[in-house]
Design a protein around this ligand. Sequence first.
Ligand code: SF4
Ligand SMILES: [Zn+2]
Length: 158
Amino acid sequence: MAYIGSVPDTAVRRLDWMDQMACRDVGPAVFEDDDQEHEARTICIARCPVRSQCLAHVKTVERGLHRDQRDGVVAGLTYTERHRLDAAAPRHQGDAALLKFDGTERCGTHLALLRHLWLDEPIDSKCWSGKVKRDRKNRGAAAPEDGESASDLVRAVS
Ligand code: SF4
Ligand SMILES: [Zn+2]
């Protein structure tokens, strides 16, 4: 089986968009290692041209799965986040995950970033900056890193 990052592909045929996945050039370790979560998210959010297709795909193939049946970062979301968001959809009908959000999520918060990611909304620089700040704090890091700045993201997604 060709490497496709941590995107689940077991029971499905290869899809055309999979040729453009940014994770193909990186290697699976980044997406499966909790310590490299920040790097994996950055690749998905800022550098992958097919995040929308990947998101739709993972929502379908993981629908209803237990957290332990999921793995790694996919489409910018950790396996725990995907589990929680999927489980918030009653009976997994349609786009019912919208029910988890009430529209008052404030940009710059983690919840707002999750909303953008799960509903495939544009990710604004405020949410990205908030994410970078949180990640850096969690890692005890201080120096800016390549590809982290809000302007880099805006350039990448515009
Ligand atoms: S969004 Fe992330 S996991 Fe999905 S194809 Fe792109 S790089 Fe791979
Ligand atoms: Zn936002």
